[in-house]
Ligand binder design. Sequence first.
Ligand SMILES: Nc1ncnc2c1ncn2[C@@H]1O[C@H](COP(=O)(O)OP(=O)(O)OP(=O)(O)O)[C@@H](O)[C@H]1O
Ligand SMILES: [Mg+2]
Length: 214
Amino acid sequence: MKAPFITFEGGEGSGKSTQISLLCEYLKGKGVDVVVTKEPGGTQIGVELRRLLVQGSIDKMDANAEALLFFADRRIHMTQLVWPALENGQWVVSDRFADSTTAYQYYAYNKRLSKEDIDMLYQFAVGNFKPDLTIILDIDPKVGLARSFKKAEGMKTKETRNENRVLEFHQNLRQGYLEIAKNEPNRCVVLNADQTVVALHQEILAVIKERFGI
Ligand SMILES: Nc1ncnc2c1ncn2[C@@H]1O[C@H](COP(=O)(O)OP(=O)(O)OP(=O)(O)O)[C@@H](O)[C@H]1O
Ligand SMILES: [Mg+2]
């Protein structure tokens, strides 16, 4: 079997990072060589781009500029990390990928970027390559944001640029993810993220077993 590229998507505080770390522990226990990464920021240059994207005021740049930075990060991520790892037979699990661009820049930003523009940028940066599986963690943004703010308080993080957007933005984001899943039902699986960490982990394992037999 070709090593799979699995992406996790969902709004702030939906539990992506928590579930990815549990999944990877499980996979490693099964002897799978797995690389865990994230967007933005999976590479050295990506770390610098991430700082520009997730810190500071909401309107410090327009949607086009933001999209270009995200795709620059994505291109570097693919060429320096994801593709080499897959070539090497390693599984790659990414905390966010291109669906985040569509969900945020198209749906949540109220279509300030067109689908055609996003597709064009995707082609330029990634070509015809797609994730083998995308797990979308679906949650009421009120619940997700409450988790995120609690976490940010504890960590004194400056990465709150997204959390500070109005609730409507996050509701549109959630609907956007559901639309994406509806358009690509083979690639995307939507799971209810408003359940305990352990219960959600079990659901994720069931999907992994069904898709990859592990
Ligand atoms: N199922 C759950 N029930 C309750 N709390 C949870 C659950 N999953 C995660 N959390 C907690 O919610 C917070 C956000 O979780 P996590 O960081 O995994 O979300 P995320 O989707 O990665 O968020 P972000 O988009 O901000 O990176 C953390 O403090 C985590 O411990
Ligand atoms: Mg996270």
